[in-house]
Design a protein around this ligand. Structure first.
Ligand code: DWN
Length: 392
């Protein structure tokens, strides 16, 4: 049975950065989260059609932070080390701007990316990229044209797919008998522990626990052989390695440890979700109180990093350009546009990092250490709501 535990109100497309002329037609939906008390899968109450989020003007570039560049290089190096003499046939689902596959040989690497702008970029880089959503038809096409794959990799992609059972079944179809499916997504445990409710937005159809994934993968004919937790990646992410049930690779001890941990923190208990919702309400109240008190003292507040997550926070807390004058962001696709729903202008860092800035709301709190090491002048004046509202 599905139980709603959180209501974050009307929200726009999280990466729907827009211009003044687009405001009258801006799409809004009810952002709620629910938990399935049989599988313990956390999902949005309403899914937004994929084409409205992932299209030819998609704005999020995974390569915009050093942290993510380094993470993907390290991952790719580790996989390539294990490939032996025979090159691994690799498929990446959701390759974004190529931040991961660029470390692989295009001769035996293919990709799937529904955002046409990025599919075009990686095709130009020499990687055959299908500009489509991961579905039955595409899985069959890949099987037909490229055969079974030894490594199927997906970073911050599987949790974006509403029909997740079907998506995993399609992975099982294209995976070779000894192949491994490795996917990384934000961790539900981290979201609950850190109070980071801003992991919930249109693109994140689900926030995965290992518990829920074990259930869904089992039905898709696969089993988890390893779980790695990255506390510094997107606010806490789990990387799951799964194989076909017939594959003999043993399960690492980390798998049972992950199940035990999730049981211990109550992820299979509805009360945990209800208590979490109360903490989210308090986070909202505290953030509004802090921003208002700074504003009343005449302080200039800007936003740093117009992330998808910040769309949820700003819209849930009702923070617009009367509070945050503008955002700065390094992504060319976002600069010169307005934040979704709250319509705060986005400037380049060169334009917006001026001496009169008093405080900066960290929209990209997950990169706090990367940002604070390069913005030393703002030390102690960054506002964040994770794990609780404070200045850092
Ligand atoms: O799954 C998803 C995750 C992994 O990435 C997506 N659906 C979309 C995206 O979520 P996000 O937008 O919340 O991701 P980030 O990486 O936290 O966004 C950070 C933003 O901050 C980017 O727009 C880049 C920007 N930035 C910046 O302007 N200066 C980032 C850094 C590190 C900087 O120094």
């Amino acid at each position: 049975m599905k139980k709603q535990f959180l209501n974050l109100g009307k929200q726009p497309i999280a990466n729907g950065f827009l211009q003044e002329k687009d405001i009258p037609n801006e799409y809004l939906f009810d952002l709620t989260a629910e938990v399935d008390t049989e599988t313990w899968l956390v999902s949005l109450g309403q899914f937004v059609p994929g084409e409205m989020m992932f299209n030819d003007t998609y704005a999020y570039r995974a390569s915009m932070s050093n942290t993510m560049q380094k993470f993907f290089k390290r991952e790719a190096d580790a996989f390539r080390k294990g490939e032996g003499d025979v090159p691994m046939k690799t498929l990446e689902i959701g390759s974004n701007d190529g931040v991961f596959i660029k470390h692989f040989d295009p001769k035996h690497t293919i990709a799937v990316e529904p955002c046409g702008n990025f599919a075009e970029e990686t095709n130009k880089m020499g990687y055959k990229t299908y500009p489509d959503f991961w579905d039955d038809e595409l899985a069959l096409t890949i099987l037909d044209k490229h055969g079974k794959q030894d490594l199927v990799f997906a970073a911050n992609c599987m949790c974006h797919i509403p029909a997740i059972q079907n998506a995993f079944e399609n992975v099982a179809k294209v995976l070779s008998d000894d192949g491994v499916f490795v996917f990384t997504d934000p961790s539900l445990a981290s979201m609950i522990n850190r109070g980071s409710y801003d992991q919930l937005y249109d693109e994140h159809a689900h926030i995965f626990s290992v518990t829920a994934l074990g259930n869904i993968l089992d039905k898709a004919g696969m089993r988890i052989i390893d779980v790695e937790h990255f506390s510094g990646i997107h606010g806490g992410s789990n990387q799951i390695s799964a194989v076909k049930k017939t594959c003999l690779t043993p399960e690492s001890e980390a798998v049972q440890r992950a199940y035990d941990y999730e049981e211990a923190i109550g992820l299979s208990n509805l009360d945990t979700y209800m208590n979490y919702a109360k903490r989210v309400q308090k986070s909202k109240d505290d953030l509004i109180t802090l921003l208002m008190s700074l504003k009343q003292r005449g302080k200039k507040i800007i936003g740093y990093g117009a992330s998808s997550k910040s769309t949820t926070v700003l819209n849930y807390c009702g923070v617009d350009s009367s509070v945050i004058e503008y955002f700065i962001d390094t992504t060319p696709e976002k600069q010169g546009k307005l934040t979704p729903g709250t319509h705060i202008p986005i400037l380049t860092p060169e334009e917006g990092l001026t001496d009169d800035v008093d405080f900066a709301f960290l929209g990209a709190w997950n990169f706090a250490s990367e940002i604070s090491s390069k913005e030393k002048a703002l030390a102690g004046r960054f506002i964040t709501h994770v794990p609780m509202v404070h200045l850092t």
